[in-house]
Design a binder for this molecule. Structure first.
Ligand code: YH5
Length: 405
């Protein structure tokens, strides 16, 4: 009797498939064709008029893929439909070619699908060039170290109010391995005191100026949603505007970003910092965050920000219940379709207490777990308090995620 082995395979990319076929000595020309049949992709698209949904269903079936549409689309008893598309790389290529010959702006849909597939498959091409840092985020992830200059901040309240204390903490973050320092003057936790622009200036500008002088090669970020603060911070030497409202709270923000040439982190928030944690609800969490990203990106581009300078952040804890935070971490990779870097801020946040009961200064193990999961699911930058421990975790996770057969 023969004993055949049967081994389950994990194929993450066409390149991964190619290596596996080379291992068994497949013909190289065959490999080039077959690798694109071995990786499956899925999209949700919409909203489609019923006629367009029917075209998509037909074209998808004709290339050998699958398309689910709303019941009633076939006899036009439903007017509109979203569609869930599922096919191999090769099938999507054919499908997109066919869409380009169709009405209803389906050619634009083909462009979007191709963009997302290319972004996902590329092994290079997310440059982050800033001061002494010149990296491709596809090759390594970055740590953003948090520098709170706020007497009322949760996790390190009252600790870094004086300039000397702030600088000492910044030096520690840098020694511990931070790639970027994120300077914030106003706490955005619910119930935190609002401060005047003058007070925010007083807190952050001296720190930014001193840091810029002591570390001319250090990328510095300003955590603010106020255009005036961002403009002053950029003049004082920051490189990145980290706006928790994704250019949504202050109408002047996009222009400041464009004029100063800043990198921009556009974060999703539901509601306002004061009200956001009062029973946050979503009809469709991922649809709503994605739509918010679309709007924020459009606002940035319209003002003249370069697409290459935009970073997206789903905003863990900002108008999110526990289940929302968990779903974002589990399905984070769905936001890779924009082809932009993702930033993730989970460090010491309250959802960890909801799961574990841990108080704020005991949340490092859980924070590291979320970081490992986030990086594996496509985060490129993690915003953290505990840089040394994060550096060790990130080194291991990056090595695992970049290993290739
Ligand atoms: C973020 O996720 N978060 S400020 C409550 C905590 C602990 C930490 C103890 N700014 C983000 O860090 N910017 C903040 O409970 C951010 N992404 C980006 N881009 C909130 C914070 C925190 C809040």
């Amino acid at each position: 009797m023969r004993n055949y082995y049967v081994r389950l395979l994990e194929i993450h990319s066409p390149k991964d498939a190619a290596s596996l076929m080379e291992q068994i000595g497949s013909d190289l020309h065959g490999v080039a064709l077959m690798k694109n049949k071995m990786v499956h992709y899925n999209f949700r698209v919409g909203p489609l008029p019923a006629a367009a949904a029917n075209i998509i269903k037909q074209e998808m079936l004709s290339v050998g893929g699958e398309a689910a549409v709303t019941r009633g689309v076939i006899n036009c008893s439903a007017d509109n439909s979203d569609a869930i598309l599922s096919a191999t790389r090769k099938q999507f290529r054919k499908f997109c070619r066919k869409l380009r010959a169709q009405p209803f702006s389906l050619a634009l849909m083909a462009d979007r699908i191709e963009l997302a597939l290319k972004a996902k498959e590329k092994l290079k091409g997310l440059p982050f060039k800033c001061r002494g840092l010149d990296v491709d985020l596809k090759e390594r992830s970055l740590i953003m170290g948090i520098l709170n200059i706020t007497p009322d901040s949760f996790s390190d309240g009252n600790c870094f109010l004086t300039l000397d204390d702030a600088l000492a903490q910044a030096r520690k973050l840098i020694t511990d391995g931070a790639d970027i320092i994120d300077v914030g003057g106003e706490s955005t936790r619910p119930g935190a005191e609002k401060i005047t622009i003058a007070e925010e200036f007083n807190r952050v500008l001296p720190v930014i100026k001193a840091l810029r002088q002591e570390f001319p090669e250090l990328p510095i970020s300003i955590d603010t949603y106020k255009a005036e603060v961002a403009a002053a911070a950029m003049a004082a030497g920051t490189d990145l505007i980290n706006d928790i409202s994704g250019f949504n709270f202050d109408p002047g923000m996009a222009q400041v970003a464009a004029e100063t040439g800043a990198y921009c982190c556009l974060m999703h928030i539901q509601g306002t910092p004061e009200a956001m944690q009062k029973n946050p609800e979503y009809e469709d969490l991922f649809a709503e965050i994605s739509a918010y990203f679309e709007k924020s990106i459009a606002r940035a581009l319209a003002a003249g920000v370069e697409r290459e300078k935009i970073i997206l952040d789903p905003g863990i804890g900002f108008g999110k219940a526990l289940e929302h935070n968990l779903l974002i971490l589990k399905y984070l990779a769905e936001f890779k379709g924009f082809g932009l870097p993702l930033l993730l801020g989970t460090s010491r946040k309250s959802f960890i207490k909801k799961l574990t009961g841990a108080e704020v200064d005991e949340r490092l193990p859980a924070s590291l777990a979320t970081i490992a999961q986030g990086l594996t699911n496509g985060a490129n930058i993690v915003r953290v308090h505990d840089v040394a421990a994060t550096r060790q975790a990130l080194t291991v996770i990056d090595a695992i995620n970049h290993s290739q057969r």
